[in-house]
Structures are given as C-alpha cells and as structure tokens.
Design a protein around this ligand. Structure first.
Ligand SMILES: C[S@@+](CC[C@H](N)C(=O)[O-])C[C@H]1O[C@@H](n2cnc3c(N)ncnc32)[C@H](O)[C@@H]1O
Length: 318
C-alpha cells in the first residue's frame, strides 16, 4: 500500500517528513507540542549509549503494557499487519523497532512536535518507515485503512482524549486493534499539586522548567540515597496506599514527582521529570474512566494492564 491510498490528501514534505498538520488551534496543545519539541530535541543530544538504555527499557516495558510475551510474539503479530500507525511517535525509536521487526508492514510514525524531524534524520534508510508531522486527533488518514494503532504514552497529552479515540477508531479497519496507554490517577495530594502546577505551566519559561526538573531529580536522588524503607499506613480517603516502601517512593507516588533512576542516569531522569511537569495537557484516569472512553466508541477489550503509574491495553474494532 502506498501513501496516496492512506491519506485523504497530498501532504507537503519538509526534510523528508510529510506535514499533515503543523499547528494546533488549541492553546494547551500548542504549549504541549512546544514542550515535547524542546524535550526531545534536547534529549536527542544525549549520548547514544544512554539513549539506547532508555529505549531498551521502553521496548521491554512495551511488551508488558500490551500483553506480548516476547519480542518474537510482537514480531509475529506485526507481520500480520499491513499498515501500522505509531500515534505520537516522539523520537521514533518504537516505529523503527516495528519497522525492523516486520519489513513487509508499512509503519507510519506521527507526532505533533518537531521530534519527527530528528526521528527522520536518525532513521533515514528504513524503506517501510515514514514520518508525518500531524495531530493524531485529526490524522487525515482515510477510514479503515490502518490495522494496528500503537498510541503509547500519548493519549492524555492530546486536547480531548475521547475525541482522539474516536479518530483512531475511525481509521482502524475491521478487526484492527488499538494499543493505548494513559496515566493513572495518583493519591489526592499528588493530584492536587500536579493539577495546580499544570495550570501555571504555560507561564513558566523552558529554562525555568529545566531548572525545576533538575531540582526535582536532585531531590529524588537524595531521597533514594537515604536508603530508608518504612511501613506506610493506609490512608484510603487520600488515596494513599500502605505498605513497606522507601521514603523516595512514598513522596513520589503521593506528593511530588521526583524521578530518579541511577541506572538510566542524570539526563534521562531530568528529562523524565520535565516530561511530567512541562506539558499543559496531561490528564490522569481511573481504570474505570479509561475503559469507559474505549467502550464509548465500541472498542472491545482484548488485553488490559494496570500498574501504579498507568493503565494500558489492546482494544479491537469488531
Ligand atoms: C511521552 S511522549 C511518548 C512518545 C513515544 N510514544 C514513546 O513512547 O516514546 C508523548 C508524545 O506525544 C506527542 N503528542 C502529544 N499530543 C499529540 C497530538 N495531538 N498528536 C500527535 N502527537 C502528540 C508529543 O509530541 C510527544 O512526542
């Protein structure tokens, strides 16, 4: 299948990237795109070896999030697909992974940020992989031509996640599947801080935001280095779950995102904190709210996964 059979119109090309849509009409989506352009283009300068460590971690996590027992199982799954959309592909490493696993499948990586240009530059010579700058809530793709949409860690950043799901449903063929992930709601104190802070995000310069992300990383690092575990009591009305945990995890899940992972290193940890607080659009959901958005459009649940940070799953268009 070639691109003219997939998109409803011809798109101009800039630096090898098809431009389906360049700018949003929504203030928060514009800010979100700018935050991710900033994040990814900066992270793209990180040493390859450190980037690869994150990408490896992400690929393994992907298998777990969407119910693939192994990379081989994902490969066999992708080989049955004709067209795959990596909806919100960021730096494109998952789109590239899919393309390598299944050379007979056309993989489209779409993102609304400038990260797509870096992705295209990095993965120039993969014939079955194309990058498109565009809004996954208005893909300009013809009805029913995509057999697998992977929307990993993106939906909650779109302007109206329910509308985005309608759009992804529209472009799926019968029997096609949507793999999708959303942030989970956290304990009340953390939710209050996150919501309050995000209203102000638009007025904070990217320099200040990077500085904040470094400070939060330093906080997470120092708390981790305390190596102190303790027994947290259950406080159900505030959504605080009891159990044995470190001081860093207790504060992280219940009060403030202060990510630190010694294995992934400083830059990746800073970038993870930036990713959390910088975009204006970053909705959180209970599992029930997540499943409701999918059943509202008529998608059938094939696989569901929930962990502290997120809900994810694969959903079929019958
Ligand atoms: C946390 S990143 C995840 C990137 C990638 N899926 C991954 O797993 O590495 C979220 C991405 O969603 C993109 N995004 C947010 N809203 C979007 C929209 N409406 N259309 C396309 N991409 C969007 C951002 O630009 C960003 O690259």
């Amino acid at each position: 299948m070639n691109l003219s059979e997939i998109f409803s119109q011809e798109h101009p090309m800039v630096d090898g990237v098809f431009i389906a849509s360049d700018i949003s009409e929504h203030e928060n989506q514009i800010q979100t795109n700018e935050a991710f352009s900033e994040k990814w283009l900066k992270y793209n300068n990180e040493e390859n070896e450190k980037q690869e460590r994150l990408f490896e971690f992400q690929r393994n996590w992907y298998l777990k999030l969407y119910g693939f027992q192994s990379e081989e199982e994902l490969k066999q799954y992708l080989e049955k697909q004709s067209v795959v959309l990596d909806a919100g592909c960021g730096l494109g490493y998952k789109a590239k992974w899919f393309a390598d696993l299944s050379p007979g499948t056309l993989i489209i990586g779409m993102d609304y940020s400038d990260a797509v240009f870096a992705a295209k530059q990095k993965y120039t010579n993969t014939e079955n992989l194309v990058f498109v700058k565009g809004d996954i809530a208005d893909t300009k793709i013809i009805d029913g031509v995509v057999s697998y949409v992977s929307c990993d860690q993106v939906l909650h950043h779109t302007e109206d996640p329910q509308e985005t799901i309608y759009e992804l449903y529209r472009i799926l063929c019968e029997g096609g599947e949507l793999a999708v992930y959303v942030y989970a709601k956290k304990a009340l104190p953390r939710e209050l801080l996150d919501s309050y802070f995000r209203k102000r995000t638009k007025n904070i310069s990217s320099n200040e935001m990077w500085k904040l992300s470094e400070q939060l990383t330093e906080l997470g690092k120092r708390l981790s280095e305390m190596r102190k575990d303790f027994d947290v009591p259950d406080i159900p009305l505030l959504g605080i779950k009891g159990g044995r945990m470190s001081v860093q995890r207790f504060l992280y899940w219940n009060f403030i995102k202060c990510f630190w992972n010694a294995n992934l290193g400083w830059e990746t940890s800073v970038s993870t904190n930036y990713d959390w607080y910088a975009p204006s659009n970053a909705e959180r959901y209970s599992q029930e709210e997540f499943l409701m958005m999918l059943s509202n459009v008529g998608l059938r649940q094939e696989f569901i996964h929930t962990e502290e940070a997120c809900h994810s799953g694969r959903f079929v268009k019958d």
